[in-house]
Each structure stands twice: as C-alpha cells, then as structure tokens.
Design a protein around this ligand. Structure first.
Ligand code: FAD
Length: 524
C-alpha cells in the first residue's frame, strides 16, 4: 500500500532530534487516504528526506513523495489535483533540498523529488560561422556540478555560478543564482535561453523571451510559485583552463568596498569578485579551506590590532600558454588597489578546482560532524548607499569571537539583472546608483556549543537585522527570503506584488505549488 495511514508520524520520528535543535517541527496529519486516488502514479511512503533541508530549522512532513520518471508524471499529478477531492493537497518540487527555511517542503502535501527525473545534459557547441550561442539543455533536477563536468568535456562552461555547485538547476533558477561572476554576467537567471515548465495547472509549456514570455520571466526567480522547471537551456561560453585566485586584506571597510568597486569596473580583466569579513581565525578557513597559507595575515590577526578585518577575493582566468601574461595583469590590477601593505596572496588552480572550491569546505565540515547541523543563514541585497549602516547593524548583532561561518560581502551591478523576472532587488537606491551589495551571514549552529535556546537567539538576531535593514533608511531586501505573513511578502515585493499576484492567478490559480515559501494558502 503506497499510502499507509500514519507514515508521516513514523517518518518524523526518524529525525535525530538529539543532534538537531529543531525550532519548528510541524506534526503531520493525513489528507491522502487511498492509493486509488492517483491512478497510475506511484507515490512513496518514505518521506524522511523530503521533510529535511540544509537549514535544519523546519521539518514539515509531506504525506507522500513522488519520484517522477518523466515530466509527464508531474503534469498528471498537477492535472489530477485541479479537479480532485483532495482539495487541500499542495505540491513542492524538491531539488537538492539546500533551502534554509523549509521552502522545498510541503506539510501534508506531496514532494516531487526532482533528482529522480532521468538526468539529461545535451551540449550544443556553436560551430564556426554559426550564429547564436553555445548552450546546454539540462533537466531541472540536474546539479550544477554535473553540468560543469559535462560541458568541460566540450571545452565549454556556464558563465554565471553559485559558490557551491551541488544545487539543482531548477532550485537556483527559482531564486537567482549568484556568486563572484554576477557583476560581470548577471545572476544565473540572466543566463537562461529557454525553459520547459509544468504550470500549477499541469500544463507543459516551453517558454523563452519570445515564446510564452510571461511564464518564462515569472518562473525565473519565482520561488517555485508558478511552475516546476523540468528542463532549462543554459548559455555556455568557452571555458578557461586556469585561474589565478587572489586574496587581499584590509583593516578599513571604506578601502575594502572602494577596491571591490574598482575591481568590478575592470570587467575586461577581472573574472570574479567576492569578499568577506574576518572576525576571527576561523573566518579564513570557513570561507574556503582550499586557499592555502595566509600565515603572515594570521599573525597580524593574532596580534589583535583591529577587531574586524576584511578580505577581497578576486580571480583572473587564463589559458596555460598565457601564464606570463597573467602576472602582468595582476600587477596592473593590484597596483591600483589599497590593501594593507604586503597582505596579498595568490594561488594558481584549475578552473574546475576553483569553481568547486566549497566542496573541500563541505568535506572538512562533514569529517568534523559540522555539515548536517542547523544553519540560521541570512542573505540580503543592500543598496550601496546603505552598506556602511548595514555593516554597523550587522556588527551590533554578531559576536566576533564566537561567530561560526563566513560573512560574505561583495558588489553586484543592478543593470545585469532583468527586471522582467520575479527576482526582487532593493527599490530605494538613489537614482542612477547601479551598485548593490550582497551580504551573506552564513552561520552554523554547532550542536556541541549551541543549544536550542542559543539557536533561537541567533534567529532572533537575524530577525532584528532584517527589520533594521529593510527600514527605508537602508532599503535592503532579503535574498532567498523567508517571511510568514502576507503583509511581509507584500512589502518584500513592493511595486512588483501586483504583478506577482496576477501571475499566480494565471499559472497556479489554486495555489498548489511551493507551499513551503508560505506566500499563498491553498485554495479549494
Ligand atoms: P531546493 O531547496 O530543493 O528548492 C528551493 C525552492 O525552489 C523550493 O521552493 C522548491 O520548491 C523550488 N524548486 C526546486 N526545484 C524546482 C524546480 N525544478 N522547479 C521549480 N521550483 C523548484 N545561492 C546562491 O545564489 N549563491 C550561492 O553561492 C549559494 N551558495 C549556497 C551554498 C550552500 C552550501 C547552500 C546550502 C546554499 C547555497 N545557495 C546559494 C542557496 C541556493 O541557491 C538555494 O537554497 C537553492 O534553492 C538551492 O537549490 P536546491 O536545488 O537545493 O533547491
């Protein structure tokens, strides 16, 4: 029987609460009663992984899990729910489940595990003299790491990345997908040519900027609200072979951001720009274990002449034959920068190792039992005009000596984002201001040192930062937003809320999709 009555109770007991100081565990009840309800679709009772995500803050158990073998099965399920008596059932696509706040969960609903769709990556390499672009057609549950490996075989790669590659194509395109290349190529949602989507009504639609364009733009950054992405056509470019990866240190925030902005203005030479706060020695490791010795700077840190330091990371791509050229380019760039004298370090790595740098950090944390812990993360887009105030607000709400995890800060350019998509950026920047900052407070709650009470305290501090930062004085917006009330969502979307509502009523009128985002209630 694929629908035993109390599977949900059983599965929630499997969560090891001793190691996970859960904040919210919703107790399940059953809407799905009969295996006949879904005709030929086989739903599974094993719902444990579907009620877990990277955040380990929410554990909402679905009633059942669908592991589709084809997009048609997802369409059948959604079609069925348009008319069935299962009037309360919701559906969440689950990519890699790397959300923080239960966004890919569906309490009492059905989770569609996208990794079960047959993985398909088809590379189209543009021929000499052919117009258009190289691209890859990739199924929605594919990991970016898989796309990278496959496209490198053809000497190609996507242009825009996330720091961590074990996220799915559909999962990041439902948000934005940002990293140190965003200043140059825009987010991942600016690098998509076409999508295959199953709307909340169960319709299978191929969409692009010229075909069903409303759906195309709604889905990009649409938090899973309008359709399930079963395939995406991702723009590719020639892949570089090698990367010179540089870190430079600062004891003044002003100089740090000035240099970051200088670097993003040199897009002809610079290929990647990020940066992070150095609160303690651990900050250097948690940003990436892959970067070797920065011993000189560590001694400086231990001597304690400043509370907080900052580090810019930038990278320059090159091909193996142009090794000597890259030294010259780096010299050109660094002589314009204003870092602490001598505190600059660089390494040479392959393009693959560079893009996959966070994997080494994951492995190290896994070995120490610190990967599968709670992650009270907070990400914000901050207008340039508010970044200094935001930095002060942040420092008022973290304890430098105990903070575990990186605090990323880096600039991106607004004009690389397509305002037709659902993605939300700050609206209140002074006219003409094109620079925005992304700030990611990526902290871990080590269960050995942070109890449930401590975790609640961290979440409360995050809420305080969100309240202060979204005040018009700073005018920031959350990235990967988490709100629970409609009024908060309305504020978040601002002038885009009405358009979001229109799209919802057009593409998912019964509000079946992505209930874990807590934006809409299921309509009967
Ligand atoms: P899930 O968590 O499975 O799903 C996220 C949302 O998308 C849910 O609402 C879900 O229902 C919906 N969804 C999933 N698949 C589909 C689909 N095929 N069609 C429609 N909707 C779908 N983000 C960045 O931008 N840059 C980073 O550098 C970055 N680094 C990260 C590093 C780590 C270690 C982690 C844990 C997260 C990071 N993220 C980053 C955040 C990440 O992009 C988002 O959490 C993203 O949603 C994760 O993708 P996923 O496949 O795990 O999605």
């Amino acid at each position: 029987n694929p629908f035993p009555g109390c599977i949900c109770e059983k599965s929630s007991k499997l969560i090891d609460r001793a190691r996970v100081p859960s904040v919210i565990v919703s107790s399940p009840c059953k809407f799905i009663q009969s295996p006949m309800d879904f005709g030929p679709l086989k739903l599974l009772q094993s719902t444990t992984s579907a009620s877990l995500d990277f955040g380990r803050l929410f554990f909402n158990s679905p009633s059942a899990v669908l592991r589709p073998q084809s997009p048609r099965e997802i369409s059948q399920l959604l079609n069925f729910l348009q008319t069935s008596s299962l009037s309360k059932v919701t559906v969440a696509a689950r990519g890699a489940g790397h959300s923080i706040h239960g966004q890919a969960q569906a309490l009492n609903g059905i989770v569609v595990e996208m990794d079960s769709l047959p993985s398909s990556i088809k590379i189209h390499k543009k021929g000499d003299g052919e117009s258009g672009f190289s691209y890859a057609d990739v199924s929605g549950g594919t990991l970016w790491a898989e796309l990278l490996m496959e496209s490198l075989k053809e000497g190609l790669a996507p242009r825009s990345w996330t720091d961590y590659l074990y996220l799915t194509i559909g999962g990041t395109l439902s948000n934005a997908g940002i990293s140190g290349q965003t200043f140059k190529y825009g987010p991942q949602i600016s690098n998509v040519l076409q999508l295959d989507v199953i709307t909340g009504k169960g319709e299978l639609v191929t969409c692009s900027p010229t075909q069903s364009s409303e759906l195309f733009y709604a889905v990009l950054g649409g938090l899973g609200q309008f359709g399930i992405i079963t395939s995406a056509r991702i723009l590719l470019q020639d892949a570089p072979q090698r990367v010179r990866w540089v870190r430079a240190f600062y004891d003044e925030f002003q100089k740090f951001i000035q240099d970051q902005e200088l670097l993003i203005s040199m897009a002809d030479m610079v290929d990647y720009v990020e940066g992070f706060m150095v609160l303690n020695e651990q900050s250097l490791h948690s940003s990436s274990t892959a970067f070797p010795s920065q011993l000189g700077f560590i001694q400086q840190l231990q001597s304690g002449s400043s509370d907080v330091y900052y580090c810019i990371e930038f990278a320059v791509h090159y091909s193996s034959e142009k090794e000597s050229n890259v030294d010259h380019v780096l010299e050109e760039i660094s002589k314009k920068m204003n870092f602490m004298p001598n505190f600059i370090y660089s390494v040479q790595v392959s393009y693959l190792d560079f893009l996959n740098r966070v994997r080494a950090e994951e492995m190290s944390l896994r070995r120490r039992g610190l990967w599968d812990v709670s992650h009270p993360w907070l990400n914000m887009f901050v207008p340039r005009s508010g970044i200094i105030q935001f930095r002060d607000l942040l420092l008022d709400n973290v304890s430098p000596s105990t903070f575990e995890g990186p605090i990323l800060i880096y600039p991106i350019l607004k004009d690389k984002w397509n305002s037709n998509t659902s993605a939300v950026l700050p609206e209140s920047s002074p006219a003409g201001e094109n620079v925005l900052y992304i700030v990611g407070m990526l902290q871990s709650a080590n269960p050995n040192t942070c109890s449930s009470k401590c975790l609640r305290g961290l979440l409360q501090k995050n809420r305080r930062v969100v309240e202060g930062a979204t005040h018009p004085q700073i005018g920031a917006k959350q990235y990967l937003p988490h709100y629970t009330q409609e009024a908060q969502w309305r504020d978040h979307f601002g002038s885009r809320w009405d358009r979001f509502l229109v799209w919802k009523s057009e593409f998912d009128p019964l509000s079946i999709l992505a209930p874990g985002q807590a934006i809409f209630n299921r309509k009967y």
